[in-house]
Design a protein around this ligand. Structure first.
Ligand SMILES: N[C@@H](CCC(=O)N[C@@H](CS)C(=O)NCC(=O)O)C(=O)O
Length: 208
């Protein structure tokens, strides 16, 4: 087994979180390298796209959240095998990335400018994408987005909805998912009960 080292910010969320959960689900050993925002200024210069997460596989450095998550998903049996189900899985993961791409445009803004930008984000892209994700869970006709089983798409969606519900983002109502996409919120509540997710956070709690 190669040595895996995953570098991301030091919080239980964001782009690397589903990758961490997937690794943990099969007890695959990896270095959970967490850096501060201050350290990021220097660290980013060592990455091809000035961004994180990055995964080192032995001495090779790999970038891009979704491909890394798919790769780890394949190792941990959390990735579909059927081509159409793979398409569904990738569709969900890409849509969730779109939330980050839109949200990031509001970073660095302040006061009323921030308030207005976040309002536009919440009423516009965020609501659109959440409703879109809800339509994908409805389309699956099951508890999960694809393959009728837990996949990395569910993990990634759980992490995203969890982050939105925690109130970390000023001017983003914590009940946004429940309000605009109730069936997606129901998916989130199901995911909270998944043993893989529960065991991961139990481990995190115990390691504090
Ligand atoms: N396409 C990249 C985007 C990664 C990305 O933007 N990561 C953020 C942190 S969550 C970052 O490093 N941002 C650097 C910046 O905004 O300056 C991926 O999917 O991994």
């Amino acid at each position: 087994m190669p040595n895996y080292k995953l570098t991301y910010f030091d919080f239980d969320g964001g782009r690397a979180e589903a990758i961490r959960i997937a690794f943990h689900s099969q007890n695959i050993k990896f270095e959970d390298h967490r850096i501060s925002f201050a350290q990021f200024a220097q660290f980013r210069k060592t990455t091809p796209f000035n961004s994180i997460p990055v995964l080192n596989i032995d001495s090779i450095l790999v970038t891009q959240t979704n491909p890394i998550l798919s790769y780890v998903g394949k190792m941990t049996k959390l990735y579909p095998t059927d081509d159409l189900q793979i398409l569904y899985c990738e569709e969900v993961m890409s849509a969730i990335e779109d939330i980050s791409h839109q949200l990031v445009k509001t970073f660095g803004l302040k006061d009323d400018v921030l308030k207005q930008a976040r309002k536009k984000f919440v009423e516009g892209w965020l609501s659109t994408i959440l409703k879109g994700l809800e339509s994908l869970i409805i389309r699956s006709k099951g508890d999960y987005f694809c393959e009728n089983q837990l996949t990395v798409a569910d993990l990634k969606c759980f992490v995203q909805v969890n982050g939105l519900s925690k109130g970390f983002l000023d001017h983003v109502p914590t009940d946004i998912v429940e309000t605009v996409a109730p069936q997606l919120f129901a998916h989130f509540n199901r995911m909270k009960k998944e043993p893989i997710i529960q065991e991961y956070y139990k481990m995190r709690e115990n390691s504090k």
